[in-house]
Design a protein around this ligand. Structure first.
Ligand code: S3P
Length: 171
């Protein structure tokens, strides 16, 4: 079984994923990193030179590949599960955990990052609110959600581990 982390940009997928994998002694993978390695380019460069559609095609290929692995914690880019096929592939062997955060926290956590082409906007607040609105129904398809707004990474990990334990019948 794999553990898949999804959720909006800035909700902590990378930090939480790494710590969760360490705690559960599972391998850790990040689909954005795999895309960058495959393309030998950073994400903003891929968006700029080849466009979002191209990025989504590579993302789809990588998702199909990682979905067949086992015992991995996989952090996915915030837009990955918007594609039905990606969600279905990831669900086949994975439990889907969605990390969320309130818009204020998302804006704060992503304010210094230059590597998120979708948030490059004069009005970042409206951009975040609009994307969150468009994506809510997709993120709701996850098996479990943790609001990370007020939590430390270790607390988010604890909640996920707790959920997984209950799910597998432990107490
Ligand atoms: C995206 C999120 C990014 C990255 C790309 C697109 C999105 O990943 O995949 O910039 O559509 O939400 P993070 O969620 O890790 O920032």
């Amino acid at each position: 079984m794999n553990i898949i982390l999804t959720g909006f940009m800035g909700t902590g997928k990378t930090l939480v994923g790494k710590e969760l994998a360490k705690g559960l002694k599972m391998s850790y993978l990040d689909t954005d990193k795999l895309i960058e390695n495959r393309e030998k380019a950073k994400i903003p460069q891929i968006f700029q030179e080849k466009g979002e559609d191209y990025f989504r095609k590579v993302e789809n290929k990588i998702i199909k590949e990682v979905s067949s692995l086992d015992r991995c914690v996989i952090s996915t880019g915030g837009g990955a599960i918007l594609k039905k096929e990606n969600l279905a592939a990831l669900k086949r062997k994975g439990v889907i955990i969605c990390l969320s955060a309130n818009p204020k926290v998302i804006l704060k956590r992503t304010s210094k990052s230059q590597n998120r082409p979708l948030l490059k906007s004069k009005d970042r607040k409206s951009q975040v609110l609009s994307l969150l609105g468009q994506r809510r129904s997709f993120y709701e398809k996850a098996d479990f959600e943790v609001d990370t707004s007020e939590l430390a990474t270790s607390e988010v990990v604890e909640r996920i581990v707790d959920f997984l334990r209950k799910k597998s019948g432990g107490s």
